[in-house]
Design a protein around this ligand. Sequence first.
Ligand code: ZN
Length: 162
Amino acid sequence: MAIRNIREIGDPVLTKQCKEIKEMTDRTRELIQDMFETMYEAEGVGLAAPQVGILKRLCVIDTGDDPIVLINPRVVETSGEQTGQEGCLSVPGKSGVVTRPNYAKVVALNENMEPVEVEGTELLARALLHELDHLDGHMYTELVEGPLYDVTKDEEDDPEDE
Ligand code: ZN
């Protein structure tokens, strides 16, 4: 396992459309492990493959319950609305206010390429929608209402950075 370099806003890799994963390989398995390690080290709750420079439809999320691996994920349902602070490991030291659905249901494949359904509200819904946006080359900064704020070191430790 290895910590990978997190790409930052301005890097063109973050604006690209990612490709579907057709089969699980040792290389992709290693990528998933590295992404978890990189996300935990950076104290984030989610990380998408393009954030480590890999244009594959893959993201990992851990909002404190269980680690989630999503391969070729697709949003199938959303409802409600939440407005709150959001951050991104690719936009270090910043956060901004983003309104998103309060509930999201995603279908995807897990690391064994088995179909899974993941649904969540509040932080998990926000993380799901934030990470899936990365796979289509979108960042939360496109949705932010008002300015991006500088976050203090204390707030950086708050596990809301995705
Ligand atoms: Zn992000």
